[in-house]
Design a protein around this ligand. Structure first.
Ligand SMILES: Nc1ncnc2c1ncn2[C@@H]1O[C@H](COP(=O)(O)OP(=O)(O)OP(=O)(O)O)[C@@H](O)[C@H]1O
Ligand SMILES: [Mg+2]
Length: 387
């Protein structure tokens, strides 16, 4: 037998550390079926299947060139699919004429018209559609209120901060009352501090409106802060879909584990497989690894074990547990404010990162640079990865 199966009840892990559930938003609004997009010989989007519920804020996350914008552009109807189908609100997008598509996209570089006031920028799309003047006035005022930019209505874009311009761009998208709002790297023009503030503002605004939102980002913190669910993409594929905590706590592959946050990845082989745990032997650890959840498989199967830095403990004392520990030397300590990052070089040569609270660092007997130490973690802290 060389197949792998998830342990019962979706992994014993879920018993030890239940994966949080997302809000139950059951009614499907977007359905992406076997979608492929090729440009000549190269495949930008490779057989993507995805359902997005009404009023969800969904993030496509992945590194540059993995196909995020292309998928979003197909949702907007700006790019045709090479094969597969996309349904929005039950209707096949390909069969819908562009003006009937209930979709609005905010582009990766959301240029506002520099010579127009904020108000005129927001009104622009409605004017083009021939919306009656009174209605334009009302809707622009509502949109300005929504993004709290009412008092800046007469300013020009260059008289606004980056975050304010961003909100105007959002108002310009929302004023058309799209059912599906597509945001391509909405924060890309902002520096880090404004970015974090704007992320939360944007979520608040979107939650006030009856809209389903798909956003694209290559910034995992941004996806985790803003989205209810995330699809991790790599080379045109979707690697994993889940809530931020599901993807972080239960990565399904080495790619996901390393892409979302940082992790310690140990390679080993299965040496014992029990219903509620497995033992793995790794060259990096003196003790066997005992993992209480994840995937079970045949003896000798190569697996990766992912252990997040905040789950790795560092001590000068040998841990009481017979499993999940190794000897090493503290090779670096970086003080980060509320926490400190320890780098521990194991006898195998591998460096393990541990994230310890700085209050722990201040306590008596805390390990210091160049100390001989032990690293260890609990059986529920590791995740078994077979891909
Ligand atoms: N019009 C096009 N013609 C040819 N190739 C394209 C075209 N648009 C995109 N591609 C290619 O498709 C792949 C995916 O591009 P896409 O713009 O979707 O990436 P992305 O994930 O949005 O990246 P980024 O984070 O850099 O914006 C890339 O290899 C890109 O070069
Ligand atoms: Mg892009």
């Amino acid at each position: 037998m060389n197949s792998t199966t998830l342990k019962s009840a979706a992994g014993a892990a879920q018993m030890a550390r239940p994966a949080p559930t997302t809000k139950s938003k059951s009614d499907e609004f977007v359905r992406i079926e076997n979608v492929v997009k090729k440009f000549g010989d190269s495949t930008a989007v490779n057989n993507v299947n995805l359902n997005i519920a009404k009023n969800e804020l969904f993030a496509l996350l992945g590194s540059s060139g993995c196909g995020k914008s292309t998928l979003l552009r197909m949702l907007a109807g700006l790019e045709t699919v090479t094969s597969g189908r996309i349904f929005v609100d039950g209707e096949d997008l390909a069969a819908m004429p562009p003006y009937k598509r209930p979709v609005n996209m905010m582009f990766q570089s959301y240029a506002l018209f520099p010579h127009m006031t904020v108000e005129a920028n927001i009104a622009f799309g409605l004017k083009q559609e021939g919306t009656p003047k009174n209605e334009i006035k009302e809707r622009v005022a509502d949109a300005l209120n929504l993004v709290q930019m009412g008092k800046y209505a007469q300013r020009k874009p260059h008289q606004l901060s980056g975050g304010q311009q961003q909100r105007v761009a959002l108002a310009r998208s929302l004023v058309k009352r799209p059912k599906l709002l597509l945001l391509d790297e909405p924060m890309s023009a902002l520096d880090k501090q404004i970015r974090q503030k704007t992320q939360l503002e944007l979520v608040n605004i979107i939650e006030k409106v009856d809209v389903t939102c798909v956003m694209v980002t290559h910034d995992q913190e941004e996806a985790m802060t803003m989205a209810g669910r995330i699809a991790v993409m790599s080379e045109g594929h979707i690697v994993q879909i889940g809530s931020p905590s599901q993807v972080y706590e239960f990565p399904n592959s080495r790619f996901s584990a390393e892409f979302i946050g940082s992790t310690n990845l140990f390679e080993g082989v299965v040496v014992e497989d029990e219903p509620d745990h497995i033992f793995v032997e790794s060259q990096d650890l003196e003790a066997r690894m005992y993992v209480s959840h994840g995937i079970t498989g045949p003896l000798g199967m190569p697996v990766g074990i992912s252990v997040r830095p905040e789950r790795v403990k560092v001590s000068r004392e040998r841990p009481g547990t017979p499993h999940n520990w190794a000897r090493g030397v503290v090779s670096d300590v970086a003080y980060m404010g509320s926490y400190s990052l320890y780098h521990v070089r194991l006898e195998s040569g591998k460096t393990v990162v541990s994230n310890l609270s700085s209050s722990h660092l201040m306590s008596e007997g805390a390990p210091a640079y160049n100390d001989d130490v032990f690293i260890y973690w609990s059986p529920s802290s590791g995740v078994v990865l077979t891909q």
